[in-house]
Design a binder for this molecule. Structure first.
Ligand SMILES: Cc1cc2nc3c(=O)[nH]c(=O)nc-3n(C[C@H](O)[C@H](O)[C@H](O)COP(=O)(O)OP(=O)(O)OC[C@H]3O[C@@H](n4cnc5c(N)ncnc54)[C@H](O)[C@@H]3O)c2cc1C
Length: 482
C-alpha cells in the first residue's frame, strides 16, 4: 500500500526544541526534509561561510534527530517542488508543515508554495518559529508603520505577549519509505573551501546543544552584568548567540523566557531590548522590503557616494591605519563575527569617513559574517548611515580613536587582532602615527612598512561627509562627534 505522509520542511529552524513545524507535524507518519535548491534560488546564504555553517548545523541536526527519535533527515539538493514531483511515485503527501520565512525572497518562495501545493491538493500548515511575534500582528493604534524603536518597544511590553515555547516533540514518526532517496549531506556541496570550514570549526561548536549551553553559561555568568560590560569588545560580555539564532538552532522565545525569568526580568532588560531590536528589524523589513537596496529616507538616494576601490580594499583587509577599524575587520575576516560596538564603528567609518555607500558595506558583511542576516544587517547599516528607521543623525560620526580609548582603553582588543601594535604603550595604541619616533622604534613599528598610516584624515573626512550631507539636502543639523 502507498504510504500517506505529512512532510516537515526544515529551513532556518535547525532545532528539535520549540520547533512548531516539527512539533505539530511529527504526530503523524512523516518525512523530515531539507531542500538546498530553495535557498540557492533565493540568492540567500550563498557565501562560503554561510554554507560552511549550514553544513555543520545540518550535520548536527540530522544526528540529533536520529539520536533522539531514530528519524532520518532527507538532504535534497533540489527544490521542494522537485522533491514532491519525485516522491509522488511512491507515496502520498497530505500536508506540508513549515515555519515562516520573513525576507522578501523567503516570502515570495513561501507564497509560491502555498499556491503550488494547493493546486496539488496538499494542505499547508505554517507557523511562527523564528520571531517572538509575526510582523503583521504588530499594529500601532492608527495602523501606521512604526518608524521608531521606542514606540515599538512600548507597544511590545504593553500589549503583546508571545506564546509560550513548545517542548521537544514526544515522538517524530519519521518513516523510512522504500524508493525515497534520503541523499547525503555531501550531495548539497555546501563546503566550497575546506580550510575555511576547518577554521570555522576551530572557533564555533555548531549544534543546537552548543546554542543551549551558550545561553545557559550566558545567563549564569554574564546576564546580570550585561548592562555594564556589553560595550567592551575585549571581554566576552554579549551572548554570541547571533549565528545560532540566524539558523534557528536556538529558539528566540526560549531565549526570551529564560532571560525574562531571571529575578523578574529587571537585570535582563538591556539584553531583552537587543532581542526586540531584532524583532524591530524584521518588522521594518517586512513592511518595507525595498530597504534591502533603498534607503528609508529617500533623500539619501542623492548622497554623493564615492567609488574608491583602494580605500574599500583597505577597509575590507583591516589596513586603514586606524587600529580599532583594522582589528574589527580582521576579526570579521578570520572568525566571521564582530562585536556590536565594533560593527558600529567600522560601518560608520566606511560610510562617513571613506564616503563609500552603505550598500557596499552591507554586501561585504553579508558575504563575510556567519550571522549574516538580511534584516538585521540592512536595518543596522541604514541606522548607522542615518538613512534608515530610527537612525542616528548623519552628523553622529564615530571617531575610531576616541571610541577605541573609551571601549578598549588598554588596547587589549586591538593588540589581539592587530599584533603589529601589541608592543605600543596604551597611550598610543589607538593613534600610533602620533607616537614619538623612539616609542615606535621600541615597539618595532615602522609606519607604512609593517603598519599603514591612516588612509584618510579623520577630521578632513568628517568635514567632507558633513558637507556632502548638506549639499544633499541643505539639512540644518547640529554638528557633533561621538
Ligand atoms: C552594521 C551592522 C550590521 C549588523 N549585521 C548583523 C547581522 O547580519 N546579523 C546579526 O545577527 N546581527 C547584526 N548586527 C547586530 C549586532 O551587531 C549583532 O546581532 C550582535 O553583535 C551579535 O552578537 P551577540 O549575539 O553576542 O549579541 P547580544 O548582544 O548577545 O544580543 C543577542 C541577540 O539580540 C539581537 N541583537 C543584538 N543587537 C542587535 C541589533 N543592534 N540589532 C538587531 N538585533 C540585535 C541578535 O539576534 C543577537 O544575537 C549588525 C549590527 C551592525 C551595527
Amino acid at each position: 500500500m502507498r504510504p500517506s505522509l505529512d512532510l516537515i520542511w526544515i529551513r532556518q529552524d535547525l532545532r528539535l526544541h520549540d520547533n512548531p513545524a516539527l512539533f505539530y507535524g511529527s504526530g503523524r507518519p512523516c518525512l523530515v526534509l531539507f531542500t538546498w535548491g530553495d535557498f540557492t534560488g533565493s540568492g540567500e546564504h550563498t557565501s562560503v561561510l554561510a554554507k560552511a555553517w549550514l553544513h555543520a548545523a545540518l550535520k548536527n541536526f540530522a544526528a540529533d534527530l536520529d539520536h533522539r527519535y531514530k528519524a532520518k533527515l532527507i538532504f535534497y539538493p533540489g527544490t521542494l517542488l522537485e522533491f514532491l514531483d519525485n516522491i509522488k511515485l511512491v507515496a502520498d503527501i497530505n500536508k506540508v508543515h513549515w515555519n515562516h520565512a520573513y525576507t522578501p525572497a523567503g516570502i515570495e518562495r513561501d507564497t509560491f508554495y502555498q499556491t503550488a501545493l494547493g493546486e496539488r491538493d496538499i494542505e499547508v500548515d505554517t507557523h511562527c518559529g523564528n520571531l517572538l511575534h509575526e510582523p503583521w500582528e504588530i499594529q500601532s493604534k492608527n495602523h501606521a508603520f512604526i518608524e521608531h524603536f521606542s514606540p515599538f518597544q512600548r507597544l511590545y511590553f504593553d500589549q503583546l505577549q508571545h506564546r509560550a515555547s513548545l517542548d521537544y516533540p514526544a515522538h517524530v514518526r519519521a518513516e523510512t519509505v522504500k524508493g525515497v532517496n534520503y541523499g547525503s549531506l555531501k550531495d548539497l556541496k555546501l563546503i566550497t573551501d575546506q580550510k575555511r570550514y576547518d577554521d570555522l570549526l576551530d572557533y564555533w561548536d555548531i549544534s543546537e546543544k552548543a546554542g543551549r549551553d551558550i545561553l545557559k553559561a550566558f545567563v549564569k555568568d554574564r546576564l546580570q552584568h550585561f548592562d555594564d560590560s556589553c560595550e567592551i569588545p575585549s571581554v566576552q560580555a554579549t551572548s554570541k548567540l547571533s549565528p545560532y539564532i540566524l539558523w534557528g538552532q536556538i529558539s528566540i522565545r526560549w531565549i526570551w523566557e529564560i532571560c525574562d525569568s531571571q529575578t523578574g526580568g529587571e537585570e535582563a532588560k538591556t539584553f531583552l531590548n537587543q532581542l526586540l531590536w531584532r524583532e524591530f528589524a524584521y518588522y521594518s523589513l517586512f513592511h518595507n522590503p525595498q530597504l534591502i537596496q533603498e534607503p528609508f529616507s529617500k533623500d539619501f538616494q542623492r548622497f554623493p557616494w564615492r567609488s574608491d576601490a583602494g580605500r574599500l580594499e583597505a577597509w575590507k583587509n583591516g589596513q586603514t591605519g586606524y587600529p580599532l577599524i583594522d582589528a574589527g575587520m580582521r576579526e570579521l575576516k578570520q572568525t566571521g563575527w564582530i562585536h556590536n560596538r565594533v560593527r558600529l564603528v567600522v560601518s560608520s567609518f566606511l560610510v562617513k569617513n571613506l564616503g563609500i555607500s552603505w550598500q557596499e558595506g552591507a554586501a561585504y558583511f553579508l558575504d563575510h559574517s556567519i550571522d549574516a542576516d538580511l534584516a538585521l544587517n540592512t536595518i543596522n547599516w541604514q541606522l548607522v548611515t542615518g538613512c534608515g528607521v530610527d537612525s542616528y543623525p548623519f552628523s553622529r560620526i564615530l571617531n575610531p580613536i576616541s571610541q577605541g580609548e573609551k571601549f578598549d582603553p588598554e588596547g587589549i582588543y586591538v593588540s589581539h587582532w592587530v599584533p603589529e601594535l601589541r608592543h605600543l604603550p596604551e597611550k598610543w595604541i589607538h593613534h600610533p602615527w602620533d607616537a614619538p619616533a623612539d616609542i615606535l622604534k621600541r615597539a618595532g613599528l615602522k609606519l607604512d612598512e609593517n603598519y599603514p598610516r591612516p588612509v584618510v584624515d579623520f577630521h578632513a573626512s568628517r568635514t567632507w561627509a558633513l558637507d556632502a550631507f548638506h549639499s544633499m539636502n541643505g539639512a540644518d543639523e547640529i554638528y557633533g562627534t561621538a
